[in-house]
Write a protein that binds this ligand. Structure first.
Ligand code: SF4
Ligand code: SF4
Length: 361
């Protein structure tokens, strides 16, 4: 089921989403386009574009399309696995101790999710639910209550390499509705019953064959604009062969070990558990917080640090994405969104480094 809509109808769809969900969409604020809770359709950064290189990011205006920006700087992970998440609370009352579980059910609609982030979401689903013997109830509670409006990219950034990381432009993953910007409007494709229900009451004009053709052209053109790539043939085997190569030290000298790359990555999920106690001992909460394999203490076991050099940490991170993940889940753990490249203060580029390691004889 597909329709051709204009910007006014798109606004109406946004308003309908707000009736049932907390809507999260890209917003331009403080020089950055990022996902935020956004009650205003007008705050979506239509007519803006990002310029991204390794260690470089800025936003400028463009007259190309409404949706000329690419994926936001943060990810769905920030909402489905928040940086700080209270798992349960313990408190004393009338000489008794009470435990209170804190599963949050928060219906959220993500407006404008790109294919790389949909693939990343399917990876997180595998990690926390589908391929986990002990599914994560906290993630599940949030995940079960979401609505997804996907957008097919018509522009790419200089750091994108999703097409070589098994991100399928023709797969709509778990989107409820999918938008593609055309020359004179938007193609709106409905993918689920939930999507159909959302559109009830709107007067919509069915899409024509030419509109579908134009969408396919957009997908092909976008695909050809992507310049970066990693050849995945024998990638895992090649990386394992070079696990002791001195080149890792070359990266270790440049890397600050700051963990910025893991914070922005849509598929990095490592966490720590901390206790926050009141000083009088009457209250305590157990909190899950983001951790990173770049943290010096991450691999410390009984005072022995298994990865006591930054080069070991970087190697572990890259190998986890490109090789260990293949052993565990049969796919790479990177979706080629390029965020880690843009937000690395040392301008280290995972696509360049993976190719460099592969090219070393
Ligand atoms: S690769 Fe870049 S972002 Fe990641 S830890 Fe090293 S310096 Fe920080
Ligand atoms: S490793 Fe980098 S390019 Fe790959 S998914 Fe994570 S942030 Fe995106």
């Amino acid at each position: 089921m597909a329709f051709k809509i204009d910007i006014t109808t798109l606004r109406q769809i946004y308003e309908k989403l707000k009736e049932c969900y907390e809507v999260i969409s890209p917003v331009y604020d403080n020089g950055v386009i990022q996902y935020r809770e956004n009650p205003s359709f007008d705050a979506i950064p239509f007519g803006k574009t990002q310029i991204e290189y390794a260690g470089t990011y800025f936003v400028s205006d463009t007259e190309k399309n409404y949706i000329s920006y690419v994926r936001p700087s943060n990810t769905l992970k920030n909402f489905l696995r928040p940086p700080q998440e209270v798992l349960y609370k313990v408190y004393k009352k009338d000489e008794k101790i009470y435990f209170e579980s804190t599963h949050v059910k928060r219906p959220m609609a993500f407006f404008d999710v790109r294919k790389c982030d949909l693939k990343a979401l399917s990876i997180l689903d595998d990690v926390f639910i589908n391929k986990n013997n002990y599914p994560d109830d906290y993630y599940k509670a949030l995940r079960e209550n979401i609505f997804i409006v996907a957008v097919n990219c018509s522009e790419v950034s200089n750091v994108c390499f999703c097409s070589s990381m098994n991100v399928d432009f023709n797969n709509d993953y778990m989107a409820d509705i999918v938008l593609t910007e055309l020359k004179d409007g938007f193609l709106l494709e409905v993918k689920t019953e939930k999507g159909k229900r959302l559109l009830e009451g709107l007067v919509l004009q069915e899409a024509k064959e030419d509109d579908i053709k134009e969408k396919n052209q957009v997908l092909t053109q976008t695909y050809t604009k992507i310049k970066k790539s990693i050849n995945k043939e024998n990638l895992k085997e090649d990386l394992y062969k070079k696990i002791d190569h001195p080149y890792w030290e070359n990266i270790g000298i440049r890397c600050f070990g700051c963990s910025s790359c893991t914070q922005v990555c849509p598929t990095c999920f490592c966490f720590d558990i901390v206790e926050r106690n009141s000083l009088d001992g009457s209250y305590s909460e157990r909190v899950r917080v983001y951790d990173s394999c770049f943290n010096p203490t991450f691999a410390t076991v009984h005072k022995f640090n298994l990865r006591d050099k930054i080069s070991f940490r970087y190697r572990h991170w890259l190998l986890h994405k490109m090789a260990y993940w293949q052993d565990q889940f049969g796919d790479v753990g990177c979706v080629g969104c390029g965020r880690c490249i843009t937000w690395c203060p040392a301008k280290i580029d995972i696509e360049v480094e993976t190719n460099n390691v592969r090219d070393i004889l």
